[in-house]
Design a protein around this ligand. Structure first.
Ligand code: TYD
Length: 132
């Protein structure tokens, strides 16, 4: 699956709404790990790395932020601001999370356990690995 925003099911209810994602219906991978980013001070940037193998799916559970994806040549910005939208990111994209609104919460799920060896933290190295 290509990188893309995925509109999640939304069960409207006057008691409060409910959304979800599950493999294989909305997610193209089985979840190995869940983490979340919160209490981000204004102007801070998270990420700024790529993953050799890991795929991710990101939801703005609360508030809003931007995910900037770079494939080594082109950059694309995805604004996440609805708790029923997710962003699927395949492996080997340089990614940054920025423009966090006050009290925003980013939920991230991954197909892998945490492994520092899967990170590429140098953009020049990323471009060489991606483009040869
Ligand atoms: P990192 O992935 O670099 O943060 P971000 O990309 O969101 O800016 O992770 C920051 C630190 O947290 C890093 O030292 C390792 C630790 N960490 C874990 O121990 N487990 C995890 O699942 C994640 C995502 C990070």
């Amino acid at each position: 699956m290509e990188k893309q925003k995925i509109n999640l099911p939304k069960i409207l209810d006057k008691r409060g709404n409910l959304s979800f994602f599950e493999y294989p219906n909305q997610l193209p991978f089985e979840i190995a790990r869940t983490y979340w980013i919160y209490d981000v001070p204004g102007g801070e940037v998270r990420g700024s790395h790529a993953f050799r193998e890991q795929q991710e799916f990101i939801v703005a559970l609360s508030g809003s932020f931007d995910v900037v994806l770079n494939d080594g040549e082109n950059e694309e910005r995805f604004s996440l601001n609805r708790s029923y939208d997710g962003l699927y990111i395949p492996k080997m994209y340089w990614r940054k999370l920025e423009n966090f609104s006050t009290n925003s919460v980013a939920l991230l799920v991954s197909d892998r356990s945490y492994d520092e060896a899967d990170y590429i933290r140098d953009f020049e190295e990323f471009k060489i690995l991606k483009n040869g």
